[in-house]
Design a protein around this ligand. Structure first.
Ligand SMILES: Nc1ncnc2c1ncn2[C@@H]1O[C@H](COP(=O)(O)OP(=O)(O)OP(=O)(O)O)[C@@H](O)[C@H]1O
Ligand SMILES: [Mg+2]
Length: 325
């Protein structure tokens, strides 16, 4: 018996089509402890959403999935099959980037918040489910929740809609809450409010969380540990403060250089760097280190695949260079 809610080892996902095979995830390991919050960070196209969608059984039909080992809540899982799809909506809930993906414009918020609970609480009356929905809606900061229950999604602002979607996820009392870029579609002020809701949630709920984001700042605010992905592989992982304060992998360092320092007071004159080059084509992945083509510290050895190194405090990174931390 392990103390992890979710354990995945060596998750591979490829897409086949137009006579080519694109390898999107290459041996991804992910472990989320009970009640813990894990951040998945990396550039656009690194495969973050693919990990989240694989957990939910939501990958496209042309996806080929294999996994070395997968377990959820102490039970072995067969990924990619009907077994995974069955987790969706009861044990795992997801908050998407665009709240309109989750909301139906034809029905009132109240009706949708009641319907989402039916599978989880099939014996409860509509009246009881309505009361529960209204309480959770108020809890995530929607004022005048009783009246708002009778309104339609288009009558809500973007930030309010995202609160409704967070309420929707909470109402099914999931063991794991996935949030895929939960604030990317929002402007800065509203983003701060939604981060605040998620932070309160993190303190109060017993659910584990997987927060997917390209923003290191968001991960620093919301997570206990972080998994850094590059081109479908995990290049570094560990407790969030340790990894962000003293990154071991050159990619993590480059990613942090592109961000406003999450631990410094905001300085509008701070220059933001970019990482030169681009992510390799998933249909033509290089043989050796996946980051070598863009790495400022590459050397001859990088034409071979680097080992995964384990450091104190549960940290890992994959690089030929040894760090002294
Ligand atoms: N059905 C599909 N067929 C082929 N390739 C796909 C398919 N779906 C996604 N991909 C590819 O998978 C790769 C990873 O995509 P994914 O959406 O997981 O990245 P991401 O890290 O979530 O990026 P973003 O930050 O932009 O959301 C991309 O190169 C994308 O083009
Ligand atoms: Mg994504």
């Amino acid at each position: 018996m392990t103390d992890s809610l979710l354990e995945i080892e060596k998750l591979n996902v490829s897409y086949r089509g137009n006579g080519r095979v694109a390898r999107i995830l290459d041996g991804v390991d992910l472990s989320i402890g009970h009640g813990r919050s894990v951040g998945l960070v990396g550039e656009s196209g690194s495969g973050k959403s693919t990990v989240a969608f694989a957990l939910l059984g939501l990958l496209a039909e042309n996806a080929e999935i294999s996994v070395g080992h997968a377990a959820f809540n102490g039970k072995k899982r067969d990924f990619g099959g009907r077994d995974t799809a069955a987790l969706c909506g009861t044990d795992i809930a997801i908050i998407f980037q665009d709240p309109m993906t989750a909301l139906n414009p034809m029905f009132t918020i109240g009706t949708q918040l009641v319907d989402i609970q039916r599978r989880r609480f099939p014996k409860e009356s509509r009246r009881a489910l309505w009361a529960r929905a209204q309480a959770v809606l108020a809890d995530v900061g929607v004022s005048d929740a009783a009246a708002r229950m009778h309104r339609y999604p288009h009558e809500f602002s973007g930030g309010m809609r995202q609160r409704v979607v967070i309420a929707m996820a909470l109402l099914v009392e999931p063991k794991l809450l996935l949030a895929d870029e939960p604030t990317t579609a929002l402007d800065a002020t509203v983003e701060a409010q939604v981060v605040d809701v998620l932070q309160r949630l993190r303190r109060r709920t017993s659910a584990s969380m997987l927060i997917v984001s390209h923003s290191v700042g968001l991960i620093a605010e919301l997570c206990d540990s972080v998994v850094v992905m590059y081109a479908g592989t995990v290049v570094e992982s560990g407790p969030v403060d340790d990894v962000l304060r003293s990154p071991s992998h050159p990619y993590t360092r480059a990613l942090l250089a592109c961000e406003i320092d999450p631990y410094e007071a905001f300085n509008p004159s701070q220059d933001l760097a970019t990482i030169p080059g681009s992510v390799p084509d998933p249909a033509h992945r290089p043989e050796g280190c996946i980051f070598a083509g863009r790495c400022p510290q590459r050397h001859d050895r990088c034409s071979e695949r680097p080992p995964q190194r384990h450091m104190a405090g549960g940290r890992t990174y994959s690089c030929w260079l040894e760090t002294t931390q």
